[in-house]
Design a protein around this ligand. Structure first.
Ligand code: ADP
Ligand code: MG
Length: 370
């Protein structure tokens, strides 16, 4: 009964991804620990413990974690605002933790950063804010003009050139922040909760802009967030940070398809389509038991997200498949579907269904039994 399935098997994005060459890491954390010294009445805080993490060239790596997980510390280590207690952080081979102040200031020109609250100067226009890092770097006025105007154009603010921050919306302010971060032509862009102060629609526009500038300028981006929706919209890779440790890391697709750590699962459950309907969730048990049905989560990725896989499985295995939930979504611009089904819960049937799904290079996970 396997032969027709084998003939029908599509090439999934998982197998395509596995043959892609691995890009060179641009930002690299090697066994990094960061402990803040004790202060009056406060014990020392280990904000980061044993962090090893690579951001590949021209990729967007999203780091997601709850408040206090160590995200801001992680990003501040990259531009040298904090020094590691041990371990090494390199940016394109340069050990940023070891740089003296002058060298660090020069290195920061190749590392742009954007912030949650934009950090614009109220008394400078959009043009003046974008020009600031160039003025500090001693770039002549004519060249500043020649560089700032195309940047304002790139972020869609050519007509707001002479506006002050108070005259701009949140999204426009963040566009100024992005143009300013790009003024010194960095190779690396750091984003610390850059969309957390924006409404959902503006967030989508800013995230789309980040993807655009990343591709046009071949940037390597490290962004931190507490929202899985941000990861889903832009990140090629994701790292989940919890209590100062990376608990899970991988291509966003694969982490969404096969989350392993409870923290990752809980972030995913906040996204629509990732949590079970309550009437199923309340009855779900880990034990198979008599006459129980097995609940499976199947993830469809890449161009096969809409393949009629289920009907094929159902027909070929001659088992009843009930669809509990189905959703087709997008991750970093590519289709991604999640279907939750129930099938008869006896071990041979569950094994046959899983086997059939996995032969199609899709992942099937048994969530439990009802
Ligand atoms: P996040 O950005 O994920 O909210 P942070 O990196 O800001 O997390 O903080 C991680 C931990 O380090 C928290 O327990 C925080 O209180 C502590 N921390 C951050 N900055 C300092 C500091 N300058 N001095 C002492 N403790 C700090
Ligand atoms: Mg923070």
């Amino acid at each position: 009964m396997n032969a027709p399935l084998a003939l029908a098997a599509p090439v999934s994005s998982f197998s395509e991804a596995s043959v892609l060459p691995v890009a060179r890491p641009i930002i690299r954390f090697e066994r990094v620990e960061k402990t803040y010294a004790a202060r009056r009445g406060h014990p020392p805080v280990t904000a980061l413990a044993d962090i090893s993490l690579d951001v590949p060239e021209a990729a967007i790596l999203g780091v997601i974690g709850r408040s206090g997980a160590g995200k801001s510390t992680l990003i501040r280590l990259v531009n040298g605002l904090e020094k590691p207690s041990s371990g090494r952080i390199t940016v394109d081979g340069v050990d940023v933790g070891a740089l003296a102040e002058t060298a660090l200031r020069r290195e920061r020109r190749s590392i742009g950063m954007i912030f949650q609250h934009f950090n614009l100067l109220a008394r400078r226009t959009a043009f003046g804010n974008v020009a600031l890092p160039l003025e500090i770097a001693g770039v002549p006025a004519a060249e500043i003009k020649a560089r700032v105007e195309p940047l304002l154009d790139l972020v869609g603010l050519a007509d707001k050139r002479d506006r002050y921050p108070a005259e701009l919306s949140g999204g426009q302010k963040q566009r100024v922040g992005i143009a300013r971060a790009l003024a010194t032509r960095p190779r690396v862009l750091l984003s610390d909760e850059a969309t957390s102060a924006l409404d959902p629609e503006t967030t989508d526009q800013i995230l789309a802009l980040l993807r655009k500038v990343k591709s046009e300028l071949n940037l390597t981006v490290l962004l931190i967030t507490h929202e899985m929706a941000v990861i889903k919209a832009v990140a090629d890779r994701v790292a989940v940070i919890d209590g100062g440790r990376i608990v899970e890391e991988g291509a966003t697709y694969e982490v969404f398809a096969r989350p392993r750590h409870p923290t990752t699962r809980s972030f995913l459950s906040a996204l629509t389509g990732q949590s079970l309907p309550p009437q199923i969730a309340d009855r779900l048990t880990a034990e198979p038991g008599d006459n129980r049905a097995a609940v499976l989560r199947i993830v469809f990725t890449g161009t096969h997200a809409t393949d009629p896989v289920l009907s094929r499985v159902s027909r070929l295995l001659a088992v009843d498949v009930n669809i509990i939930q189905a959703q087709v979504d997008e991750i970093a611009g590519a289709p991604f579907g999640v279907i939750v089904i129930s099938v008869p819960g006896d071990a041979p049937t569950v094994a046959a269904v899983r086997n059939a799904v996995e032969r199609l290079h899709l992942s099937a996970e048994v969530l439990g039994y009802v």
